[in-house]
Write a protein that binds this ligand. Sequence first.
Ligand code: VGL
Ligand code: ZN
Length: 212
Amino acid sequence: MIRDLNPAPGHVLVIIDPQVDFCPGGALAVPGGDEVMPLVNAIARRFDHVVITQDWHPPTQVSFATNHPGAEPYGLAKLAYGDQVLWPDHCVQGTPGAAFHPDLDVPHAELVLRKGYNPHVDSYSAFYENDRTTPTGLAGYLRERGFRRCWFVGLALDFCVRYSAEDAVREGFAAVVIPDACRAIDLNGSLADTWRAFERLGVVVVEPPLAA
Ligand code: VGL
Ligand code: ZN
């Protein structure tokens, strides 16, 4: 029911990785990534509670192709925890590319959650690192605050937004994704896989404008 999709008590907006490096001109540019900022800002104004995640890698991060001699970005590495896509160096801690995009305007965000700081394990999801077992602490934070439904916007739809929404459902939250306020990388069918995963897990996909 549409009315249930409107932000309400117990709802939190989670803005995923709205960072310079994921926008055109950045180190891991998502096509159109900068275009989402005005809509993200407008959606955020409707929420009393907002959390922002920040991809925050050390230069030694295992998902950087530069840390695998001879490897190319966008290839795969077989790591102890499974296959890991290798990325261009991006969102390195303290660098301009790791900063939030200058058009992001969400002063009332209550938590900035950094992820991907473990050199040995990447972290797409806001809830679990890519070993799928190391928690970031977000589930406990959201539960302790009494939130029941997480709404997701940001970058990239088929990586960090996808895994965050899936893990939200696994952690017992209702999950809603607003694709208009997301952009995708679309690597080897990852976007089609994302829609299938959302369907399978019961992640709700909505288009704005939300009902008044
Ligand atoms: C992301 C690839 C690597 C994302 C982060 O935010 O979707 N993708 N690091
Ligand atoms: Zn990253």
